[in-house]
Design a protein around this ligand. Structure first.
Ligand code: DX5
Ligand code: ZN
Length: 223
């Protein structure tokens, strides 16, 4: 089980300090949400923030591009320290060339899907990616309510992964707590982005460990 705290929910005045806190918490990944104000109605931060944060987080940096023209951002984020770059399947014909470009930068590739998009949209790409990110909120903001209707999409992707003998990770993102995360773990998710739930806690380390324990227990009950 991988826990990926989202920097979007951290203290914007202390990104380096917050990244170090995530590092000390033992979270396996740091999730970096990049928003361009066009693909989603919000703007977050750019490659320079990641470049400054990178020395303070020693493990895996998971960049989530919620951007209409991600091709101009792939190299800057790869250079700034991304280990994985996720793009959205809603980008249509851009997806295949983007996957190739991310591969050419020697980074892991993720494909994300928004709640309204039919899960069938990701099927053609499953053999080409390392990660499928099932959005459990509409992208653009932290602190939103979990969308229950997305859980069957996690089950479907997990079924395809088994059927096709693939080993991509299944990540869920948006409104993930110890309750909603358990639902997703039971459905087959193995990688959990969590922002507001984790950063609201007094001790991030304790919250990460407690969440992981709950999710490991739940995944044993895989339906
Ligand atoms: C939303 C982002 C999510 C968000 C998660 O567009 O992709 O990663 O930061 O934050 P919470 O866990 O607060 O929903
Ligand atoms: Zn995200």
């Amino acid at each position: 089980m991988i826990i990926a705290p989202s920097l979007l929910a951290s203290d914007y005045g202390r990104f380096a300090h917050e990244a170090a806190r995530v590092d000390r918490s033992g979270a396996e990944w740091l999730h970096i949400d990049i928003m361009d104000g066009h693909f989603v109605p919000n703007i977050s931060f750019g490659p320079e923030v990641l470049r400054h944060v990178r020395p303070h987080f020693s493990r895996f940096v998971d960049v989530h591009l919620m951007c209409t023209k991600p091709e101009i951002l792939l190299e800057p984020f790869a250079k700034a320290g991304a280990d994985s770059i996720t793009i959205h399947v809603e980008l249509g014909d851009q997806v295949t060339p983007l996957i190739w470009k991310i591969r050419s930068l020697q980074k892991k590739v993720g494909i994300a899907i928004n709640p309204p998009t039919n899960i069938a949209a990701v099927k053609p790409f499953l053999s080409q990616v390392d990660l499928v990110l099932v959005m459990t909120v509409n992208p653009g903001f932290g602190g939103q309510a979990f969308i229950e209707e997305c859980v069957p999409k996690v089950q479907q992707v997990a079924a395809w992964r088994k059927e096709l003998g693939l080993d991509f990770r299944i990540e869920v993102d948006g409104g993930i707590t110890d309750v909603t995360g358990v639902e997703c773990a039971r459905a087959g998710a193995d990688t959990f982005v969590s922002g507001s739930y984790l950063f609201k806690k007094h001790s991030l380390g304790h919250a990460v460990r407690a969440l992981r324990t709950r999710l490991v227990e739940a995944s044993a009950e895989l339906v």
